[in-house]
Design a protein around this ligand. Structure first.
Ligand SMILES: Cc1cc2nc3c(=O)[nH]c(=O)nc-3n(C[C@H](O)[C@H](O)[C@H](O)COP(=O)(O)OP(=O)(O)OC[C@H]3O[C@@H](n4cnc5c(N)ncnc54)[C@H](O)[C@@H]3O)c2cc1C
Length: 286
C-alpha cells in the first residue's frame, strides 16, 4: 500500500499546469483531491513519475449560472456542490448525486473535475452529466476547446481529453422550466460507489405526455451511458406507471454490461431495469 517514488510539483495557473504536464512527457499526472489517484498509486495500478498539484488554482473553483447552464469549476468539491443554494434550486439531480458520493471526507476532498476526468465506471457524476447534456471546457497546449458529454466518456477510465490537457470547468445545462429531476442509486455496500446509478430528467406537457426526457446510467456498464431506448419509449407518451414499466425494460440496452465478482451480468441488467423504473416513478409521484 505504498506508492512508488514520485516527484511533487505545484501549478499556480492552468497554463502552468499544462506546461508542467508537457515537460513531464507521459509521466506526469494532475493531482486534484487525490481521492482516486492516490488509492490507485498505493495499489501500484499507476505509478506516475511526477504529480502536478492543481489544488491551489483559484480560477478552477466556483459555481455560477452562465446563460442556460450552471458552470462548475473543475476543483469545486462534491461538498460545495451538495450545499450550493444555486445548484439546489436549479439542478436538484446534481445535489442528490453529489451528496451521496462516498462519505464526508471524500466529499470534502473529491472534485467535480477529478471525478469526471477519472471516468470510473461506478462514479455518480457521469450519469448526471449525461442527463444534463454537460459540456467540458478543456485547456490544451494548443488552446481551449469544448467537449460535449456524449463524446467525453469513451471507456473505463478513458475519456476524450487530449494529451497534456485538463478540464477547467463543466457546464451542466438547465433542463426546460418545470422539468422534474431525480438521482436513484444502489451503493456498493463497502465503497459506496454506484452499483447502479440512474439520473433522470423528465418534463411533461399540459396533456401529461412526455415532451423532454434524459436518462443517464452509471455503475452497471463499463462506461456511463444515456439510456436512449428508455427515452425513446417514453417520449410523446403519457407519463404513467404503465408507460414507465414498459420503457424501463430497455434500461440496459444501450450499455455494455458484464458481470464481475460482486454482481453477475444478469443481476446488473435487472438492477438497471428496476432502478430506472423506481427513479421515474419517484418523479411521477412527486
Ligand atoms: C473511499 C472512497 C469512496 C468513494 N466513493 C465514491 C462514490 O460513491 N461515488 C463517486 O462518484 N466517487 C466516489 N469516490 C471518488 C471521489 O468522488 C473522487 O473525488 C473522484 O473520483 C476523483 O476526484 P479527485 O478530485 O479526488 O481526483 P484525483 O484523485 O486527484 O484525480 C483523479 C484523476 O483525474 C485526473 N484529474 C483530476 N483533475 C483533473 C482535471 N481538472 N482535468 C483533467 N484530469 C484531472 C488526475 O490526474 C487523475 O488521473 C470515492 C473515493 C474514495 C476514496
Amino acid at each position: 500500500m505504498i506508492p512508488s517514488t514520485f516527484a511533487y510539483d505545484r501549478a499556480e495557473s492552468v497554463a502552468e499546469a499544462i506546461e508542467k504536464l508537457q515537460s513531464a512527457g507521459g509521466d506526469g499526472k494532475l493531482l486534484a483531491g487525490g481521492h482516486s489517484l492516490l488509492p490507485l498509486m498505493k495499489l501500484r495500478l499507476t505509478s506516475p513519475a511526477k504529480l502536478i498539484d492543481i489544488g491551489r488554482i483559484a480560477e478552477l473553483h466556483g459555481i455560477a449560472q452562465v446563460g442556460d447552464a450552471i458552470a462548475i469549476g473543475a476543483l469545486t468539491t462534491h461538498a460545495a456542490v451538495a450545499s450550493s443554494t444555486l445548484v439546489k434550486e436549479k439542478l436538484p439531480v446534481l445535489v442528490q448525486a453529489a451528496s451521496q458520493i462516498g462519505d464526508i471526507q471524500v466529499r470534502n476532498r473529491g472534485t467535480v473535475g477529478g471525478n469526471l476526468a477519472h471516468a470510473d465506471m461506478a462514479s455518480d457524476l457521469p450519469a448526471v452529466a449525461l442527463a444534463l447534456d454537460a459540456e467540458f471546457a478543456v485547456a490544451t497546449p494548443d488552446g481551449n476547446e469544448v467537449i460535449g458529454v456524449e463524446d467525453f466518456f469513451i471507456g473505463p477510465m478513458v475519456t476524450a481529453l487530449p494529451e497534456y490537457s485538463m478540464v477547467t470547468n463543466v457546464k451542466f445545462k438547465l433542463p426546460p422550466a418545470g422539468a422534474m429531476q431525480v438521482y436513484e442509486k444502489v451503493p456498493h455496500p463497502a465503497s459506496g460507489y454506484a452499483v447502479v446509478g440512474v439520473a433522470a430528467v423528465v418534463a411533461v406537457a399540459a396533456d401529461q405526455t412526455v415532451n423532454y426526457v434524459r436518462v443517464g446510467m452509471t455503475g452497471a456498464a463499463d462506461v456511463a451511458y444515456r439510456a436512449k431506448a428508455v427515452e425513446d419509449a417514453l417520449m410523446g407518451h403519457a407519463f404513467t406507471e404503465a408507460a414507465i414499466d414498459e420503457a424501463a425494460k430497455f434500461a440496459a440496452v444501450d450499455g455494455s454490461i458484464a458481470g464481475d465478482l460482486y454482481a453477475s451480468e444478469e443481476y446488473r441488467r435487472n438492477l438497471c431495469v428496476v432502478h430506472t423504473a423506481r427513479a421515474l416513478k419517484r418523479l411521477l409521484n412527486a
